[in-house]
Design a protein. Structure first.
Length: 109
């Protein structure tokens, strides 16, 4: 009951903050995840909060109902391994065309 109501209130605050931001900007570009990806199988050994933290940068878009896409932007070397990295492009509600246009332009760089 009360936790659900509080969660809905917080969701509306997040939605409002994004709405205000998109009055001044076309898109937000940021990392998709806050760290390098873990190796296959490592996620099974992690604590739930560690796995949840990997989604920390994508959850706000979901809560706000805005559009977002993750695109590959390169590969970095970590020791002997080459690791793909990406970024996300987020735009306001119903601005999927703008989001895809920006993502396409960035992806070909």
């Amino acid at each position: 009951g009360r936790y659900y109501k509080k969660a809905l209130e917080i969701k509306e605050i997040i939605k409002g903050e994004f709405s205000n931001a998109f009055k001044k900007i076309d898109c937000l570009i940021m990392p998709t995840v806050p760290s390098l990806p873990w190796k296959i199988g490592e996620g099974l050994k992690m604590k739930p909060e560690e796995v949840y933290a990997a989604d920390a940068l994508t959850i706000p878009a979901n809560l706000a109902g805005i559009c977002a896409i993750s695109i590959p932007i390169g590969i970095i070397q970590e020791g002997k391994e080459m690791i793909p990295v990406g970024m996300q492009v987020t735009c306001d509600i119903l601005q999927e065309s703008k989001m895809l246009s920006i993502a396409k332009k960035v992806e070909v760089l």
